[in-house]
Design a binder for this molecule. Structure first.
Ligand code: NAP
Length: 263
């Protein structure tokens, strides 16, 4: 039987975190989620928390601001994964202090889940009439489902090859330009979309003029879709490992298959 670790997730009720909690439980690791007590009665998150319980996840109550609650939770596990949101990234020093005090943690994965181009929240399907394209649409991006991020994060946790490394996800079939993505979709729906291109200078002006969080979303789009920051460098093997090279036998969700669900 594959090695099992006791895994604690902080931020499990967040956008990325829920996929990590679910993947950990699915892989059969004893899974713990540190939940804020106030979130249990949250109208939407309460359903998610119930689904954690159904999957056998142990709920621990605590808060990043409550040192004792962190140490108590950490002492029960082998691995800590943080999926805390952008606003809490700096405060992870509190988590590190608690990990040091507890003294039993074999691995800690900080909340550094990259700038991958993920599906837009609240958007249920790709467009059928028109599409906005940042830049000229010819820059390659990397498209990964959140479920795959969850699955491979959990695989990495018990893999000695990933220790102290950055884990990159570069599935060859999912490294495509935005124009290629649009054309793939057009072929599936047998229709041509109206294309609205936003040139880089116009995009930069929009970023400067837009309020938060629109400016942040546009800036991420500029980085990934115009500058190509996910693909414009080689992985340095002393610091990084690539998922599909580590697990060549695995099947990840391809862009092609992902789009089929919406046809
Ligand atoms: N969202 C995206 O589209 C996206 C895309 C790529 C990468 N990422 C990266 O993924 C990581 C997670 O981001 P996210 O967007 O998934 O975060 P998120 O949705 O904002 O979730 C934040 C999580 O942190 C928890 N939290 C906040 N304050 C806390 C506290 N004081 N004590 C304990 N827990 C607390 C929240 O709990 P409550 O439920 O109680 O509020 C929630 O579970 C980040 O590294 C981000 O850069 C995100």
């Amino acid at each position: 039987m594959a090695e099992k670790s006791k895994i604690l997730v902080l931020g499990g009720t967040g956008y990325i975190g829920k996929f990590i909690v679910q993947a950990s439980a699915k892989a059969g690791h004893p899974t713990f989620a540190l939940i804020r007590e106030s979130t249990v009665s949250h109208p939407e998150k309460s359903k998610l928390i119930e689904s954690f319980k159904t999957s056998g996840v142990t709920l621990l109550y605590g808060d990043l601001a409550d040192h004792e609650s962190l140490v108590k939770a950490i002492k029960q596990v082998d691995v800590v994964i943080s999926t805390l949101g952008g606003a809490q990234i700096h405060d992870q020093v509190k988590l590190i202090a608690a990990i040091k005090e507890a003294g039993n943690i074999k691995r800690f994965l900080p909340s550094e889940f990259g700038i991958d181009i993920d599906r837009q929240q609240n958007v249920t399907a790709p467009p059928r009439d028109k599409v906005v394209i940042l830049g000229d649409g010819n820059v390659k991006g990397i498209y990964v489902t959140e479920e795959d991020i969850g699955t491979y994060t959990i695989k990495a946790v018990v893999d000695p090859r990933t220790l102290n490394k950055t884990l990159y996800f570069r599935p060859p079939a999912n490294i495509v330009t935005f124009n290629e993505l649009v054309s793939l979709w057009e072929n599936k729906i047998k229709s041509t979309l109206e294309k609205i291109y936003i040139p880089e200078d116009q995009l930069l002006k929009l970023i400067q003029e837009s309020p938060f969080p629109t400016n942040l979303i546009l800036a991420l789009g500029h980085s990934t879709l115009v500058k190509g920051d996910c693909t414009n460098f080689e992985i340095d093997s002393s610091f990084g490992v690539e998922v599909t090279e580590l697990y060549p036998e695995d099947k990840y969700t391809s862009v092609n298959n992902y789009l089929n669900a919406f046809v």
